[in-house]
Design a protein around this ligand. Structure first.
Ligand code: 1GP
Length: 240
């Protein structure tokens, strides 16, 4: 549990973590060295690789190419069991606990086992909670589940705790890639205060202020994808 322990240690030492999400469907392999240079010079601590779809089955090659350009841990954030590759350092073993679609609660997980059982991939059980981010996101479309309303803080908190009590080692509050509304700091705070396991927050974070707001509210690890995809100089403001 090397990568998970590293997350726990960072929290103990009050260090905040930042993952850059690289979507195999969108990345251009030729420009990856330049992209990775920017990331390596920034405060990013992790690379997440994944997306709701991987149309061209590129995940494994993308992970290999990233590994060749960085020492940062590369963690899979799969949309589907077919995106699992041993080339990564760890896998967020996601269960979409905000939804009631058994496909994403247990079926995809069962389907992934033949690929996983003989690998050394570190598997991190993760409760994934989709929160309404103002627009219909790919997660919502692909998973065919409804996001949780940001007004329903009690239900969000209870869902997160149900995840922890079911043995999830991480809880991920997700507004969805490209969200116009991020997960509200009040929600992050409430969930963080209840949980004992680390809290990941992502979706729609496009400014340094939003990033700092998420940390201040209690996010242990923040995920940023779109802001960096759209503007590679985004991380110029987040240099080491
Ligand atoms: C999506 O939380 C991540 O799964 C990142 O979202 O692309 O909006 O940064 P963005």
């Amino acid at each position: 549990m090397h990568n998970y322990n590293h997350i726990l240690k960072a929290i103990q030492e009050e260090q905040k973590l930042l993952a850059v999400l690289i979507d195999p469907d969108k990345v251009v392999l030729e420009t990856l060295p330049m992209v990775m240079n920017k990331i390596n010079a920034s405060i990013a601590t992790h690379i997440f690789v994944g997306g709701s779809t991987d149309t061209y089955n590129k995940t494994e090659n993308v992970v290999k190419a990233i590994k060749g350009e960085t020492k940062l841990p590369v963690i899979l954030f799969p949309g589907d069991y077919s995106h699992v590759t041993e080339e990564a350092d760890a896998l967020l073993f996601l269960s979409l606990i905000s939804g009631r679609n058994s496909e994403y609660l247990i079926e995809q997980q069962v389907q992934s086992i033949p690929r996983l059982k003989n690998t050394n991939l570190e598997i991190i059980p993760t409760g994934y909670i989709l929160i309404d981010g103002g627009v219909e996101t790919a997660v919502q479309r692909v998973s065919n589940t409804k996001p949780m309303c940001q007004d329903n803080t009690d239900l969000i908190e209870n869902t997160a705790l149900a995840g922890e009590y079911s043995g999830k080692k991480l809880i991920y509050l997700e507004a969805g890639s490209g969200a116009t509304e991020t997960v509200a700091p009040t929600i992050i705070k409430r969930v963080k205060n209840s949980l004992s396991v680390p809290l990941i927050v992502g979706g729609g974070i496009r400014t340094k202020e939003q990033l700092e707001g998420a940390y201040l509210a209690g996010a242990d690890l923040v995920v940023i994808g779109t802001a960096f995809e759209k503007n590679l100089s985004f991380f110029d403001h987040l240099k080491k």
